[in-house]
Design a protein around this ligand. Structure first.
Ligand code: ARG
Length: 514
């Protein structure tokens, strides 16, 4: 079926030819009536068809057909009786399932054929005042809404796990790294909250994208609207959309919402990949024990416990980035309005949303069930003279220019080794101060203060600037994270309820005709 061929005479002739040919192959009248395959009966038939992939939008298409049919009846464009027959046929088609659909270029055509098979030619009234172009755009958005909300839900579970575990470890000091080298001590809670913040932004990006996905293109027809008196707001409401995509050319041909969702998924997957990488490294160092449920064994090496779930989680980011890039590449340079390239744009986005949702759930489970090795972390927290910055800060607070303090501590770092007592380390810093300034350090700070600063726990406690790792700061930030999480949970519930309410209304409307 071509939706936008202006050459109607040629169209009719070719349709007649195709009908004859199809009838000769034993196709039903209804099938030929819908298909009128001028061009798609040859070797390219399978290449053109999206029917198999369209299983993902089978339910969506039924909903769209129902809403459209109800609206056509309400507007007096089709008789109530015909609407009732079409709607009953759609129930039947749904019960039979996607696998039972007749042949067709896509699910839209196949469902229409199935309806006409059941109702007769009047079934063809279902396609009044629309095109497959607005139909498919509506189906994609209808289906993608659920996918986006499922990813949102997975981010909430991950944030919940991060916040819960962080709540248990506000005092658990650990080494913090830059360039993979021990840099400054922090706490497990502060570390986990760093990911909670990032995932919270991923939630926000997805919820934001949802608002733009959740708009109805239906009624745009091929791209240029329709002379029928359709009620676009009504179909939008029946399908749970939060309004319409107004311009009919934009509505039928834009897919930027797919790029947006793919990008939001890719950004989330990138966040996950960093978390997964850290946990793999921490498990390797003995800082954290992954639960057996999130680990794998080796088929040959009996002693092994491998962090495979996290490696797969890390790997999903590659696919997600590929999908985001692929989506934009497909859309780049497409002229207005509809082009068939668009048929290839959405299936991958459904799939990547599903993969990213799954990976996020796995990350949530791995975080919730892992055991942090408090003693190993405490032992390592001061490694690599990670308290050096704190000592420099102390000297600067005592009146030295920070640059001079930095020089003294850098000098001391040459001779300080892991495992040195605070007394020995303080003496090393003092030697360095004498080298650099010609004076003893203890002229301006007390030995006890220097030794305290060298202790990772005290070092963490002192860094109580906003968002810093000091336990009381982190506790306040945990409460804020909890509040944000509740708000996002409410947003998710509200979005899902709106969809469920619309679905109930549509069911009731349909029931009133059948
Ligand atoms: N199956 C197509 C898609 O997914 C919709 C068909 C619109 N076809 C057309 N030739 N205008 O994009």
């Amino acid at each position: 079926m071509t939706d936008d061929d202006p050459d109607t005479e040629r169209n009719a002739e070719a349709a007649a030819d195709a009908d004859t040919a199809a009838n000769a192959e034993g196709a039903t009248d209804a099938e030929t009536a819908v298909r009128r395959d001028r061009f798609s009966g040859g070797p390219a038939r399978e290449f053109l068809s999206s029917l198999a992939a369209d299983e993902a939008i089978f339910e969506a298409d039924l909903a769209v057909d129902r809403a459209h049919t109800v609206m056509l009846a309400e507007q007096g464009i089709v008789d109530d009786a015909v609407a009732g027959e079409v709607l009953a046929a759609l129930d039947d088609v749904e019960a039979a399932g996607h696998g039972a659909l007749p042949d067709g270029e896509d699910v839209h055509e196949a469902i229409e054929t199935a309806v006409i098979d059941r109702v007769g030619p009047d079934g063809g009234r279902m396609h009044t005042a629309r095109s497959r172009n607005d139909e498919v755009a509506t189906c994609i958005r209808y289906r993608l809404r659920e996918d986006v909300l499922a990813v949102v839900a997975s981010t909430l579970s991950l944030r919940e796990a991060l916040v819960d575990v962080a709540g248990e470890h506000a005092e658990t000091v650990m080494p913090g790294y830059t360039h993979l080298q021990p840099a400054q001590p922090t706490t497990v809670a502060h570390y986990l909250l760093s990911y909670e913040g990032a995932v919270a932004r991923d939630t926000a990006r997805l919820l934001d994208a949802y608002e733009r996905v959740n708009r109805s293109p239906l009624g745009a027809a091929a791209f240029a609207g329709t002379p029928f008196d359709v009620d676009r707001d009504r179909t939008a409401a029946l399908l749970g959309f939060d309004g319409v995509v107004r311009n009919s050319m934009d509505a039928a041909s834009s897919r930027d919402f797919l790029a947006e969702v793919a990008n939001a998924c890719a950004t989330l997957a990138t966040t996950l990949s960093g978390l997964a990488e850290d946990l793999i490294l921490f498990a390797n160092k003995g800082y954290v024990d992954l639960s057996d449920d999130y680990s794998s064994t080796s088929s040959i090496m009996p002693q092994k416990k491998n962090p495979d779930t996290l490696e797969l989680t890390r790997g999903v980011a590659g696919d997600a980035i590929g999908e985001a890039t692929g989506t934009l590449s497909l859309l780049k340079g497409l002229p207005r309005a509809y082009n068939r390239d668009l048929q290839r744009a959405h299936a991958g986005v459904f799939e990547i949303a599903d993969d990213v949702r799954e990976a996020t759930g796995i990350a949530a489970g791995a975080v919730a069930t892992a055991d942090w090795n408090v003693d190993a972390l405490a032992d390592a927290a001061g490694d690599g003279f990670s308290t050096a910055t704190g000592v420099a800060d102390l000297l600067a607070m005592s009146g030295l220019p920070f640059r001079t303090a930095h020089e003294i501590v850098a000098d001391a770092a040459e001779s300080i080794e892991d495992g040195d007592t605070p007394e020995l380390a303080a003496a090393r810093v003092d030697e360095a101060a004498r080298d650099v300034t010609g004076e003893s350090l203890f002229e301006y700070v007390s030995r006890a203060d220097v030794e305290r600063t060298l202790d990772p726990t005290a070092s963490v406690a002192s860094r109580d600037s906003a968002g810093g790792p000091a336990p009381e700061t982190v506790r306040a930030d945990l409460s804020a994270a909890d509040r944000d999480l509740s708000e996002d949970r409410e947003a998710l519930v509200a979005a899902r309820e709106a969809l469920a309410t619309a679905a109930e209304t549509l069911d009731e409307e349909v029931a009133s005709y059948v």
